[in-house]
Design a protein around this ligand. Structure first.
Ligand code: OOG
Ligand code: MG
Length: 254
């Protein structure tokens, strides 16, 4: 539908120019919201970006409560969103970025539809600590469920830490984000649906509803274990996850 394409173009321009747009005037259906998301990603692919996986959203109570949304969502990740571990980001290139502590899975086999936790984990090649940088293209970081789905579930940046043995038990690992050396976000991987592998199970189910599958080589972000923290210029962030290690980046302006 032409209006879906124009919504996608508007959200893409908001991301490229780092200028927020108003929330959508008419509520979209969930089907149309995912159709806008697909069209939005096509804009990125047309610029040469490549799909590298998916991210899950609202898989913890802390995130649902922070944003007032109570359903799981997903979005697509591209290589253009990767931020090097230990690297820095220019805050000016985002509207109002926030950081979240996550667990990342690297897949060695495809997954789609109804799979058990054991089947999901058997498809995992490695697990890593990860920081997701989210950035809503909507004014004041406010949105409805379908608004945020259309906006690729606020996907913006991903910082991946060291890939670890997939046999590592990730059910209940302490997670701490330090900002400038001070603990700012403290949680556990158990906050992610009781076990981050449940998020992988959900990802396989949700992408299949849109006729897609998780591919071998895909990265799947399980969703934040705590509320997200707004970023300011000149900060040093570091996420430490028990047994998995640490990942970090810095922020600058310009
Ligand atoms: C939507 C994305 C949510 C998560 O980890 O729960 C998300 C948002 O809060 O803007 O990435
Ligand atoms: Mg996230």
């Amino acid at each position: 539908m032409p209006e879906l394409a124009s919504i996608a173009a508007r959200l893409d321009e908001a991301a490229v120019t780092a200028r927020a747009v108003a929330q959508l005037p008419e509520p979209l259906s969930l089907d149309n919201a995912y159709a806008v998301q697909a069209a939005l990603l096509q804009c990125r692919y047309d610029r040469g970006e490549r799909r590298i996986g998916v991210k899950m959203g609202f898989t913890s109570r802390a995130k649902m409560a922070q944003m007032g949304v109570d359903e799981m969502i997903w979005g697509r990740l591209t290589d253009g969103m990767l931020v090097e571990d230990g690297g820095d980001i220019d805050i000016a290139r985002y509207v109002h970025p926030r950081a979240e502590p996550e667990i990342a899975f690297l897949l060695k086999a495809p997954l789609a539809g109804k799979v058990s936790m054991t089947e999901a984990m058997a498809a995992v090649a490695a697990v890593a600590p990860a920081i997701e940088i989210i950035d809503s293209r909507y004014e004041n970081f406010r949105f409805s469920l379908t608004d945020v789905v259309a906006d690729n579930s606020s996907s913006s940046g991903v910082v991946l830490g060291p890939w670890c043995d997939p046999a590592t038990d990730v059910a209940n690992l302490g997670m701490v984000v330090e900002i400038d050396g001070r603990p700012a976000l403290i949680g556990s991987s158990a906050a992610i649906l009781g076990h981050p592998a449940r998020s992988l199970v959900a990802a396989a189910r949700l992408v299949a509803l849109r006729g897609e599958r998780l591919e071998a080589g895909d990265i799947v972000l399980a969703g934040a274990a705590t509320a997200a923290e707004a970023l300011k210029p000149g900060q040093r962030l570091r996420l430490s996850v028990e047994r998995l290690g640490a990942v970090g980046f810095r922020t600058r302006m310009g």
